[in-house]
Write a protein that binds this ligand. Structure first.
Ligand SMILES: Cc1ncc(COP(=O)(O)O)c(C=O)c1O
Length: 391
């Protein structure tokens, strides 16, 4: 249940408990009957439209399932054939195996960036908001974050980041770009990434998180892997959790210079399963499935955001498998209302308190989301919308 509770941003309380509490409060009802049949949490989870964590709703394709099934025979081994995963990733991205640091999800890379390059009191520069795990790691390890607010149009303030990096150049450990950005879903245009890299001191580490790279369809975007090859102090992180639908299997990697890989390597736990290594190899080979997921995600994102616009709700243009919609009211109480309708939506991302992050699920899930949205939220075209939504 922890995952569901976390999805709602309410540690230790499941959506079902929240929904039950809400029902009781609203009706002033007596506490729930202790003899009532208990709901099976697994069945309940399976029924949910899971639009809270930017996952791939379709799951891995046959090719990947088969590769993973064939690898179960290595479940009892420490040393085993691994499909040459490092080599395969390197070839796929036009780099050398020495440039690849394999990890248990890209989350491990984020953590290792922190332990390697952000000793206590070093500064970390990122957008606000951006993927907050990075800020959590930095705070836990007593580093300090300089959060640069997004601009009025919710894009990254690259000039602001450059200014902060130059002002504190001696104390900065890492500058973080999340491209596309989570939670806003928009890209940092290629000229802006280049401007930042050309402007900050050469020896400053710039960490570029490309978790949502595969969903982007925008001529102003490019991957930053080329900067690693140029010899810059850049680390790029990628994951198999999103387009490759392997979030529950845990596989990611960093691309960096061999020197930086060697700096980070000692901090790695090395807890990647034999099964997912074979799954990762197969996923990289199945470009047809990747293209299919990208296309359907874009189509469903555009359909849903158009429906929201027609209903009077603004969204931030997204290039990822999620988007943000302006609810015109604090989103905190809305998670439980959606959960009651079997839809899990994103948590709150301060300071964007009125913006709800919604992952792009399957066709059926997005229809369910829109139906729930219209039941929970008044039409945004009516003048009383904000007041009614807060009721
Ligand atoms: C921007 C970003 N980076 C990294 C991650 C970590 O994902 P994983 O550890 O599953 O690769 C996520 C997960 O949602 C993310 O949104």
């Amino acid at each position: 249940m922890g995952g569901l509770a976390t999805a709602l941003g309410v540690a230790g309380v499941s959506p079902f408990e929240l929904v039950a509490q809400q029902r009781g409060q609203r009706r002033g009802a007596a506490p729930a009957d202790p003899n009532a049949p208990k709901k099976d949490p697994v069945v309940e989870y399976d029924k949910m439209a899971k639009l809270a964590n930017n996952e791939n709703p379709y799951g891995p394709p046959e090719s990947v399932l088969k590769a993973m099934n064939d690898a179960w025979k290595y479940a009892n081994r420490y040393g085993y054939p691994d499909g040459n995963i490092r080599q395969v990733i390197a070839e796929h991205h036009g780099v050398k195996p020495e440039n690849i640091l394999l990890s248990a999800g890209s989350g491990e890379i984020l953590k290792v960036i922190d332990t390697t390059y952000l000793p206590a009191h070093k500064l970390f520069i990122g957008s606000d908001p951006t993927y907050d795990s990075m800020y959590n790691y930095v705070t836990q390890s007593k580093g300090q974050a300089i959060k640069i607010p997004l601009r009025k149009d919710y894009t990254a303030d690259i000039d602001g980041m450059i200014h902060a990096a130059k002002m504190h150049s001696r104390d900065v450990g890492v500058v973080y770009l999340c491209n596309p950005n989570n939670p806003t879903g928009n890209i940092i245009p290629k000229d802006q990434v280049k401007k930042l890299l050309d402007s900050v001191p050469e020896d400053m580490t710039v960490f570029i998180d490309e978790a949502y790279h595969h969903f982007v369809d925008n001529p102003n975007y490019e991957s930053s892997i080329k900067y690693v090859l140029e010899g810059r102090r850049v680390v790029v992180a990628r994951t198999f959790s999103k387009i490759a639908a392997l979030a529950g299997m845990r596989l990611g990697f960093a691309i960096a210079s061999p020197e930086m890989v060697a700096e980070m390597q000692p901090q790695m736990i090395g807890s990647i399963s034999s099964v997912v290594k074979w799954g990762g190899v197969a996923a990289l080979k199945d470009s047809a499935n990747e293209a299919k997921v990208k296309a359907i995600t874009k189509q469903l994102r555009e359909r849903t955001t158009a429906e929201l616009a027609a209903y009077g709700y603004e969204t931030i243009p997204s290039d990822a498998n999620f988007f943000m919609v302006n609810m015109k009211t604090d989103v905190a109480p809305l998670g439980a209302k959606f959960a009651e309708k079997y839809v899990l939506v994103g948590r709150k991302f301060p300071p964007m308190d009125n913006w709800l992050r919604v992952s792009v699920g399957s066709d059926e899930e997005m229809k369910r989301f829109m139906a729930a949205f219209k039941e929970i939220m008044p039409s945004g075209k009516s003048s009383t919308s904000a007041a009614a939504a807060g009721a």
